[in-house]
Each structure stands twice: as C-alpha cells, then as structure tokens.
Design a binder for this molecule. Structure first.
Ligand code: ACO
Length: 306
C-alpha cells in the first residue's frame, strides 16, 4: 500500500474556555469535568472552513510542498459551514486550489474514514492529497446542556499524503458502522448534539478494542510492538479502559483532550501533531490510530512511520 505521510498542521481558535468558565453558567464544576472526562479547557470559535484552511496551509508548509502539487482535497467534518456547497471547496479556494474537493462525514471517525478514502484515491492514480479534519462543534451545542457543553469543541488538523510506488506507511485498516445505534448520538438540522453518554462509552471501548486488535493482527504485530497510540479524544476514561484491555500502558497513548476537548474529526490529527511536536514519533516504529463516533462508526489502522 503506497501512502506516505508527508507533513502535518493544526489550527485551533485563540479563545480558551476553561471548566471554571463553564461552571459560571452551568450546574457543573472543574472537578467533575476533570474527573469524569479528563478535559481541563477547550478552544471555541472560528469555522470549519477557516480552521481547516489554516491547518491545511500549515501541513503543506510542513511538507514543503506547493499548493499546485495537491491533486485532491478531502475534508472530514461533522460540522460543515453550510449544507451546500461542501466546506472542502471553501478550503480549496482559500488555498488557491481548483483540484477536486469533497467532504466526508463519519462523525468522530471522520479523519480515519477520509484517510481510507485517500488511500483508495492514491492507489488509483492520484499523487498527492491534502486531508483535513475540521470541526466547529460549538455551533451545534446547546450551551445550557451540561451533558454536551463540557465535551465538545472546535479545531482542525491536516496532513499531506503522497503516493509512493515503493510502499507505504499504512499497514492495515479496519473500519465499521452500526447504523442501528444511530439514536445514541445525534444532531438534527437546526438542533443540538444529544447523546446517551453511558451507552456511547460502553460501546466505544468495545469497538476500539475489537477493531484495534483486528488491525494489529492484520499487520502481523501485537500490542507490544506498538510505540504510540493516537486515539480519538473523547474521554480519558475511554482511552484508559481501551488501553488496559489492549495491554498498552498509558505512557504510549497520546492525550490532548485535556487542552482541546473533543474535536471529533480533528482530534486524531491534532493528537498526532502534538505527539510529533513532542518528539514522540520515530521512523520505523509502529503506531495505532483508532477512533469511534456517532453512527456508530469506528476505525483502527496500524501505521509504520517512514
Ligand atoms: N457536570 C456535573 N454533573 C454532571 C454532568 C456535568 N457536566 N453531566 C452529568 N452529571 C451528573 C449526572 O446527572 C449524574 O448525576 P446523578 O448521579 O445524580 O444522576 C452524575 O453526574 C453521573 O453522570 P453519568 O452520566 O453517569 O456520568 P459518566 O461518568 O457516565 O460521564 C460522560 C458522562 C462524560 C458523558 C461519559 O458517559 C462519556 O464520556 N460518554 C461518552 C462520550 C463520547 O465519547 N461521545 C462520543 C463523541 S461525541 C461526537 O461524536 C460529536
């Protein structure tokens, strides 16, 4: 499989909203939010298009590639700025691109589903893809609902992906959907996110563990070989429970939800960016990327950085 990760970028709004600030208007507390979710603060503001374009620009600069070499823009988002046109077209325009651009929505698994789509595009003739995860979840939060308001946030992450005929960084991919669980986590047109948090929690741990185990098996490795886990950032307790079942200690798991909350499609690229900035990504090592989201959807991939 010939997909190489070339360069990464991220963008978050400047506005920091702390747990204490939320506690001023909601019946909640910093202590409850930190203990039950791991979140300390989050970023709120911007739009999926503006944050996505900035993250994309930074990923291209990081990769050292020019905009005219990109031949496809894929945006993973649950919160497009408009129903039409696709927000990816706004990102393409902002970056001066006229190549094909489209949105992918698989909720919090969106980045992984779009990565799988990018893989298919690269293996069938495309040379270089800009893959962006961008969310503006705050727009779809009822700020009087403590169940959702403490969790969701805004942000974007992006990666440049190249085709390499000599091999690739993605060793295995496992994705799935259970549409019968749709009502557990929804957002209607003009409405707000609503969730059965307990049931999402329970199922999330199961699908992450099952898909991760299968992805490792397909890659011919075990959890001992994994140096880094880049999980979807929903709740520290979900990450801890899944890691424990997989036999992976928390030191190998990337956690950024304390600073950014749950940014859905953006959370895996944000977490990866943070890990790389902190010197945790090393050539030749195995990483597990894993996520879950509304749908329900789930996805795990084993990656070996080149
Ligand atoms: N502040 C203070 N108290 C609260 C809050 C809050 N924000 N929310 C709930 N409580 C109270 C409840 O009312 C309950 O009180 P009670 O015992 O008097 O009834 C108590 O705290 C415990 O509530 P639980 O719902 O049992 O809390 P839990 O430990 O399950 O944590 C949470 C709730 C954080 C939502 C957790 O279930 C969770 O993380 N679920 C998964 C969320 C997730 O991963 N979402 C998916 C992605 S989102 C997307 O796709 C866009």
């Amino acid at each position: 499989m010939g997909v190489r990760f070339r360069g990464w970028g991220m963008a978050v709004p400047d506005r920091v909203v702390t747990n204490d600030e939320l506690s001023q208007t909601l019946d909640t507390s910093d202590e409850w939010i930190r203990e039950r979710t791991g979140i300390r603060e989050r970023r709120i503001g911007g739009s999926s298009g503006s944050l996505g374009a900035l993250a994309g620009q930074r990923a291209m600069a990081d990769a050292g590639v020019s905009a005219d070499s990109i031949d496809f823009v894929l945006l993973a988002t649950t919160t497009p700025d408009r129903i039409a046109p696709a927000t990816s077209t706004a990102i393409a325009a902002e970056l001066g691109l006229t190549c094909p651009a489209m949105d992918v929505n698989a909720a919090c698994s969106g980045f992984m589903f779009a990565l799988r789509t990018a893989q298919g595009l690269l293996e069938t003739g495309n040379k270089r893809i800009l893959l962006v995860g961008a969310e503006n979840l705050s727009r779809w939060v009822d700020w009087n609902d403590r169940n959702m308001a403490v969790l969701l946030a805004d942000g974007a992450g992006a990666v440049v992906l190249d085709y390499d005929e000599n091999g690739g960084d993605i060793l295995s991919f496992v994705l799935g959907t259970d549409g019968t669980a749709a009502e557990l986590l929804t957002c209607e047109h003009g409405g707000y996110f609503q969730m059965d948090g307990k049931e999402v929690f329970r199922r999330a741990v199961r699908v992450v563990v099952d898909s991760a185990q299968e992805a490792m098996e397909r890659a011919g490795i075990t959890s001992e070989d994994i140096s880094l886990v880049v999980p979807h950032q929903a709740n520290i307790r979900i990450i801890q429970a899944a890691a424990q079942r997989l036999g992976i200690d928390m030191e190998r798991c990337v956690v950024v939800l304390d600073r950014y909350g749950n940014t859905s499609s953006s959370s895996i690229p944000l977490a990866f960016f943070d890990a790389r900035e902190n010197g945790r990504v090393h050539s030749g090592e195995y990483a597990l990327l894993t996520g879950f989201g509304a749908g329900m959807t789930w996805a795990s991939a084993v990656v070996r950085w080149s």
